[in-house]
Design a protein around this ligand. Structure first.
Ligand code: NAI
Ligand code: MG
Length: 338
């Protein structure tokens, strides 16, 4: 038996961390049939005239699952983010980002177990932007819907209760954004009543940023709207070792796309020094999604070994091991756990 999975290496460090991840995944002994699409974003514009070609979306619809590297989005101009488009077109409404301490990675805090549930299809990322040339006024509309908010809140609470978490915090700015954040907060408060076993509270986004850098151990599951979730997940990544080690999954009712929290890291692209751990941990989430818990545990245990030993570390973790060498060493450790 083999799993047919879309492989989207992306650009920047994407192809490097993707090939490292494939090597480690294949060390589990599971057979994968990779349906690979190399051109996304700027490369797709050059080849097909658009950043996210329809055949790539169809391909994910066919396999149901994709493993994806980052794709560069031009800043302040150019095409709409391929990443945002993909999430909207496939209705991948739940962006799940676990920020959990990994034994061996030294950080200012220990035993952090944060799980961010970011609404992934609406809010300030709806793409409702306009510029009024006459008055030189710019608008970006943060449109959210009741149904869209309800489903991510529901996803977070049911995940928390089935995975043994004890707390849910809804993060908002309902004091100022009374209609959008206000609705999100109210829906979360109403939903919390159905889960008496879970401790529930809410935090205003700015206070939450301070809370997380001072007492992160007091928080577990965090549910929030798109922009706040994007920002909080990079902040939370910083608490557990940085963007090089934090995984993510975009989950919808029909499809799932597994990708790291980090972007294409143009500052280190093409130098064989990116840390593939973040995408490898996303692949671990993919294995759990497929029901391959033994292989997922082997990936996790291999990572614990490599970081605890501390001999093969990439630049972001204070070492000078290359991406390829890290993958080679990790693949060896993973196969020893199978
Ligand atoms: P970034 O996450 O690419 O990089 C931020 C910093 O973290 C850089 O110093 C980078 O070297 C470091 N870093 C990131 N991943 C790393 C890894 N695996 N190993 C070692 N160091 C790592 O964020 P930035 O610079 O804001 O964005 C660059 C581009 O990526 C932009 O075009 C952005 O739109 C895009 N992006 C794409 C995402 C996606 O495809 N899902 C997500 C976030 C950003
Ligand atoms: Mg981000």
């Amino acid at each position: 038996m083999s799993y047919r999975i879309c492989l989207l290496p992306g650009d920047g460090i994407g192809p490097e961390v993707t090939s490292a991840t494939v090597k480690v995944l294949e060390a589990t002994g599971i057979n994968f049939e990779w349906v690979r699409h190399d051109n996304l974003g700027a490369a797709a514009v050059e080849k097909y005239g658009i950043p996210l070609p329809e055949h790539v979306i169809d391909s994910i619809r066919e396999t149901g699952i994709a493993l994806k590297g980052p794709v560069t989005t031009p800043v302040g101009k150019g095409f709409k983010s391929v990443n945002v488009q993909l999430r909207q077109k496939l209705d991948l409404y739940a962006n799940v980002r676990p920020c959990k301490s990994l034994p061996g990675i030294k950080t200012p805090f220990e035993n952090i177990d944060l799980l961010i549930f970011r609404e992934n299809t609406e809010g300030l990322y709806s793409g409702l932007e306009s510029y009024d040339e006459r008055h030189d006024i710019a608008d970006s509309i943060a449109r959210i819907s009741k149904a869209g908010s309800q489903r991510i809140i529901d996803f977070c609470f049911s995940y928390a209760s089935t995975h043994g978490y004890s707390k849910v915090t809804v993060v908002h700015k309902a004091n100022i954004l009374k209609l959008t954040s206000g609705m999100f907060l109210k829906l979360a408060q109403e939903h919390a009543v159905k889960y008496p076993g879970l401790e529930f509270n809410d935090r205003i986004i700015d206070n939450m940023c301070m809370q997380l850098v001072v007492r992160p151990q007091e928080y577990n599951c965090i549910v929030t709207t798109n922009l706040f979730g994007d920002i909080l997940s990079d902040l939370a990544a910083g608490l557990v070792g940085g963007l090089g080690v934090v995984a993510g999954a975009n989950i919808g009712a029909k499809y799932a796309v597994f990708e790291a929290v980090h972007g294409s890291a143009p500052d280190i692209a093409g130098q064989n020094k990116a840390n593939p751990t973040a995408l490898i941990r996303s692949a671990e989430m993919m294995l759990r999604h497929l029901g391959e818990s033994k292989a997922a545990d082997a990936l996790h245990d291999g990572l614990v070994d490599i970081y605890t030993e501390g001999k093969y570390l990439t630049g972001d973790q204070g070492g000078n091991t290359s991406t390829e060498e890290f993958a080679r060493q990790l693949a060896r450790l993973v196969s020893s756990h199978i």
